[in-house]
Design a binder for this molecule. Sequence first.
Ligand code: PEP
Ligand code: MN
Length: 362
Amino acid sequence: MFVVMRTTATEAELLGVKSRILAEGLTPYEHGSEDGTKVAVVGEIGGRRPALLAALAELPGVERVTPISRPFKLTSREFHPADTVIRVLDAAVGDGSLTVMAGPCSVESRDQLLTTARRVKSAGATILRGGAFKPRTSPYAFQGLGVEALRYLAEAREETGLPVITEVMEPNQVDIVAEYADILQIGTRNMQNYSLLQAVGRVARPVMLKRGYGATIEEWLMAAEYIVSSGNPNVILCERGIRTFETYTRNTMDLAAVPLLHSLTHLPVVVDPSHATGKRFLVAPLALGGVAVGADGVMVEVHPDPDSALSDAEQQLTLDQFRELMTELVPVHEHTRGLHRDPVLAGSELGIGGSGAGLSKH
Ligand code: PEP
Ligand code: MN
């Protein structure tokens, strides 16, 4: 549930509401918006719900108390109807612009990364990607250059001005990765690594949370909730394909997840057709598809010589293919932006009460 404060509420009244929530052993999360201040109540409320709802509604300065129907609270549209916009250096994610994260699967050398960075920037990428710590299925496969790669990423940012995103695999890597990178990526294999989610929730860097390849949308949003409830509101969701019975593609890209997420959550959503398909020729069509169904952006793997890549050789685009993709992506985004975004309407179809349902003092 969340408490909506009256626009005339004083600081003392807000404090009174938070103290009451804390006294129940629950946690208050304040969110300021155009229509005033709201305080979400999170924790194990259980059977106390009706009594607590009534008690909070009676407190001075309270306009009304509204239940949140979903298990994810802070990430829900119900609590936070406006889109979250994440700003990092000159890039913005979720503001209606097209976010394009591009770069190699793995940072393999200084030259490979800088060449790619310059070319993707000139083609219109807004964020540079590159794996430093690689989660590989085989322990014998290339594991990434680690901190050396982080230094190359920082150098590429200095030169191009592009913010950089790279994966962090363990809680004890969070500080070093956050020192070099602008956005921290949580990979599919770590989507339910709760101590890692809490660790990235405590740093002042946006996080891109990839969908676990076996995760439902609700499990994914609950994972995002771990990050936000740990103190970091800047989370981007990335649909990167889920495992199904199909074997012609590496994974199955769940396009329906994009508009569904926009109705369920205020967090920005990007798609990663590289890992979703695993095949170079499928990357462009699925990138276009993702943007056409309303994704805020794409993440695409690009390599100067994909066939010689040390990881994911089959799915990385060449520099020229990436440039071509950009010429197709921009008009599709121009044409479709805003078309699918009516979260209130979608929410009513999903059974979300959006009309101030709940207990009011009036
Ligand atoms: C990646 O983007 O580098 C990656 C390993 O992706 P995923 O976690 O989606 O497999
Ligand atoms: Mn990869």
